[in-house]
Design a protein around this ligand. Sequence first.
Ligand SMILES: Cc1cc2nc3c(=O)[nH]c(=O)nc-3n(C[C@H](O)[C@H](O)[C@H](O)COP(=O)(O)O)c2cc1C
Length: 314
Amino acid sequence: MEHENKQRMRDVDLSVDLGGIHMKNPVTVASGTFGYGKEYAELIDETRLGAITVKGIRAHAWPGNTLPRHVEVPGGMVNAIGLQGPGVDGFVRDYMPFLRSIGVPVIVNIWGTSEEEYADVARRLSDVEGVSGLELNISCPNVKEGGHAFGTDPCTVASLVTAVRRVTRLSLMPKLAPNVPDIKVFVRAAQEAGADALALINTLPAMVIDIETRHPVLANKVGGLSGLAIHPVAVKLVWEAAQTARVPLLAMGGIMGPEQAIEFLIAGATAVAVGTANFIDPSTPLRVIEGIADYLQRHAMRSVKELTGSLDCG
Ligand SMILES: Cc1cc2nc3c(=O)[nH]c(=O)nc-3n(C[C@H](O)[C@H](O)[C@H](O)COP(=O)(O)O)c2cc1C
């Protein structure tokens, strides 16, 4: 079985270029669902991943929200972890030596509550050996502008991407929010400001109420919905984004196995990220890689690049 898998992977070209990041296959993990890589080291062979995307990092260590901060729902989960993390210095000290030893590209998800904080984090990570790219989480509140999420206003997105672009030569990949009226406007804003690639989608705003106590289940009251339930929403947004995008797309949202990943590639994605599924079965990203290779063989395609954007609307 193992031999067959290796043979199949040799016969097709799975490599992709994600905005300057060379990936040996198009599969990474979604930020926040795979810790900083170290936590999953005993569970899967991480050297087989196309890239590792780590949980969100801000300038300083951050405790996140109080408990309870996640709840299962049909088809997924709602979380309000609140971006707990070790900050730039803690991340570089405690996790980068391990991540460097894996030998696959490392994409660092970054966030802040002001443009200055994003730029500060980006600048400090730019000189760190082993960091290949930055994914900008723009679904967090812009404190200076009254707490609206950065990602829901195209002008704010353009200004933020410009500010970060100015301080880094790393591959820059804003992660678009799904709860916007027209995703194409945000695609254009981000790419014109200097994005090398775009990631989509982040979680969808959601809420769960305990009907017996009549309390919100999450301490934060609201959170983000992820998992299989959001997959068709994500496919539609990726497909729409691909109509306008000149830069490659990294798609995520409800990948539970190869089928959903292949759907994203057909819709126009260059690469995909496995998220919530890592909590259920940490081997999912490897199953997805094998399933894509198998699909390419069955459909007589030699390269995964042939699959990207191959949707037939006729
Ligand atoms: C527990 C949890 C934590 C997350 N943390 C982050 C984060 O730190 N930064 C970020 O940009 N997205 C974060 N996300 C969003 C995921 O990266 C992904 O965009 C989303 O969950 C959709 O993919 P999925 O349905 O496969 O999980 C988180 C999601 C979950 C479930």
